[in-house]
Design a protein around this ligand. Structure first.
Ligand code: UVW
Length: 423
């Protein structure tokens, strides 16, 4: 049984909010002294509704006050401790009151959908422009028909072009008039087949968002499958929240820095945790700043570029460095570095077990979990970084202006990108 404290001065909107998410399925409540309710500036209707909810409800409400939001709790007849209010507790959010440990949900606004990408300031963009010294530009996309092939179990296929039709004719080398020839086409492809951004709707997890002890499926900032992100049977597919078009509106431009793991570790598969990453950052004099796009050259893309659209699955599994998502020190560093995105030339930024057998407490892809789900850090995959990495190595530099918006495609959870580095 929990204590319901309605403190004097609690705004009615806050109580309304609590009533909205209060589930009658949750146990019992004992209202704090009636005085407390009376002292709260609630209208009669709200007071009445609170009293009626009394027998069914279990949680604590309290005006959030720094340093005082620590206590209010206690055990129910079910014998389970209700989580105490803490920095992870936001009693007034519509979708959640508990945020995951190590997350930044709510820090950029209660309904934020941009994550760290929304923290890039005009000053940061000007600082990025100041990194442009030579005006030399690098294309950072693979040809979008790479990797090549369609592994039967991968579920993703490359672009298939088709001509549009006009008056029943295919508009391809089409004599539109006696003088004019025209081509016009469409494409069908998986948005995450080749060079791609993952939106924040790409990766979620089960999490207990209200301390009720029940885990529910949820994405960054508590957006929900079935409500905000709709499967086909729910009226989708459509990421009505967190879709890739939200990222596109930020323009995805800022200071890029590249760390060249391939230069350090060679072409084979090397698992890179914090120790190794720190050593390479230092050796290559890569200064990572708040608001940066961190590009990671692993060598995987170089293999794909040379594999003539017929990459060998075994070689793919054993080629290129990959970040070790099971290394908490690495995940913590990513969190505290302030980077807005991680962009790699490999398939998932982090190493993963394709058999899906190796499931740790942070799921199959712990770096996806920390970045996409907890921190709103976008992930770029299968970017083409070979040319840029080699050039930067030659001139002993690591920073540049990065520009790489995704398609402004409403409701999509991923997108191809044709990014550019200006050095
Ligand atoms: C998966 O689909 C496993 O994720 P990603 O494409 O982001 O690597």
């Amino acid at each position: 049984m929990a204590l319901l404290r309605a403190q004097g001065g609690m705004p009615e909107s806050a109580v309304e909010e609590i009533l909205r998410w209060a589930s009658p399925a949750i146990h019992t409540v004992r209202l704090a002294k009636a005085d407390n309710l009376r002292s709260a500036r609630l209208n009669t209707n709200l007071r009445h509704r609170l009293r009626n909810l009394g027998p069914h409800l279990s949680f604590a409400i309290k005006t959030p006050t720094p340093d005082r939001d620590k206590v209010t709790r206690q055990i129910g007849n079910c014998g389970r401790a209700v989580p105490t209010l803490s920095e992870h507790h936001h009693p007034h959010n519509k979708r959640w009151t508990r945020r995951p440990e190590g997350s930044n949900w709510g820090d950029f606004g209660p309904d934020d959908e941009l994550g760290r990408m929304g923290t890039i300031t005009p000053e940061m963009r000007l600082a990025a422009i100041a990194e442009v010294k030579e005006g030399k530009a690098f294309a950072l996309s693979l040809p979008l028909d790479l990797p090549g092939g369609e592994p039967p179990d991968a579920g993703r296929f490359g672009p298939k072009l088709w001509p549009t039709k006009l008056f029943g004719h295919e508009v391809y080398n089409f004599a539109l008039t006696a003088k004019d020839i025209c081509c016009d086409d469409g494409v069908t492809m998986c948005l995450q087949y080749s060079t791609q951004w993952d939106s924040l709707a790409h990766w979620g997890r089960m999490f207990d968002v209200d301390g009720s002890g029940v885990e529910v499926p949820v994405y960054y900032n508590g957006f929900r499958p079935g409500i905000d992100v709709l499967a086909p049977a729910e009226g989708g597919p459509a990421a009505n929240k967190l879709g890739i078009e939200k990222m596109a509106t930020t323009c995805v431009q800022g200071r890029g820095v590249l760390v060249d793991l391939a230069r350090e570790f060679g072409a084979g598969r090397t698992l890179v945790g914090m120790d190794k990453l720190e050593r390479v950052l230092k050796k290559q004099n890569v200064q990572v700043k708040k608001g940066d796009f961190l590009l990671i050259h692993t060598g995987y893309g170089d293999y794909l570029m040379g594999a003539n659209k017929k990459p060998d699955p075994h070689v793919m599994e054993t080629t290129g460095a990959a970040l070790d998502g099971s290394d908490d020190a690495l995940l913590n560093w990513i969190e505290h570095s302030g980077v807005v995105a991680l962009v790699a030339d490999n398939q998932a930024v982090e190493a993963f077990d394709a058999s899906m057998g190796n499931l740790g407490h942070n799921g199959l892809l712990p770096l996806h979990d920390r970045c996409l789900f907890k921190l709103g850090i976008h992930l770029g995959e299968l970017f083409w970084l070979g040319d840029l990495a080699r050039y930067l190595g030659q001139v002993n530099r690591s920073a540049f202006l990065f520009t790489g918006p995704p398609l402004r495609l409403p409701g999509a959870v991923g997108s191809p990108a044709t990014a550019v580095a200006l050095v």
